[in-house]
Write a protein of this length. Sequence first.
Length: 218
Amino acid sequence: NIGPVNIEALSELEAVEDRHTNLSQQYEDLRKAKIQLEQLVAQINTESRDLFIKALDVIRGHFQELYGNLFGGGEADIIIDNSEIEDVLECGIEIIARPPGKQPRSISLLSGGERTLTCVALLLAIFRSRPSPFCVLDEVDAALDEANIVRFVDVLKEFMSSTQFIIITHSKRTMSCADTLYGITMQESGISKRVSVRFEDVSEDGHIRESDSKAKAA
């Protein structure tokens, strides 16, 4: 005796089979989508690695050249730290520098001025690889002595034919390479003034021609 017959069994079986068919189709769609996404990710990673290596090679060449110009010698390099991770997209980058007369060392072990010049060399190397018509530098020369500032200014002049620089600085030597100076003064409490001077408006005795200078309340 198998008990009473479930007259709804056939309809329930049909519903379960329909659900199984739908779920199987969804699973197959997801499986194919997963394969396509994995292939796309692999393609993107491959292209990213190629672009990264090419960009790094270009930046590395510019960095080595600019470092030598800024330091008046010495050597520097950009090294991929892949000692633990083989994928370059997940590796770290290490900057090794050898100022003139010194041993190679990591950028973290350099003095303040040396570290500043090394960072400027790296920044300008990246900028040279993807130049733009406009660049802002905020007191990058603050830690530099007079000799280093002279080399810094000379390197900047190489870019000035194609790039306009806005440089925030307290160095008179850096100011000397500018076409226009903008100074901020506060003669009255809470009221600042912007004063602009073009070097062509400065007379031979060092005085500014008042008709050509501008002062605006900020």
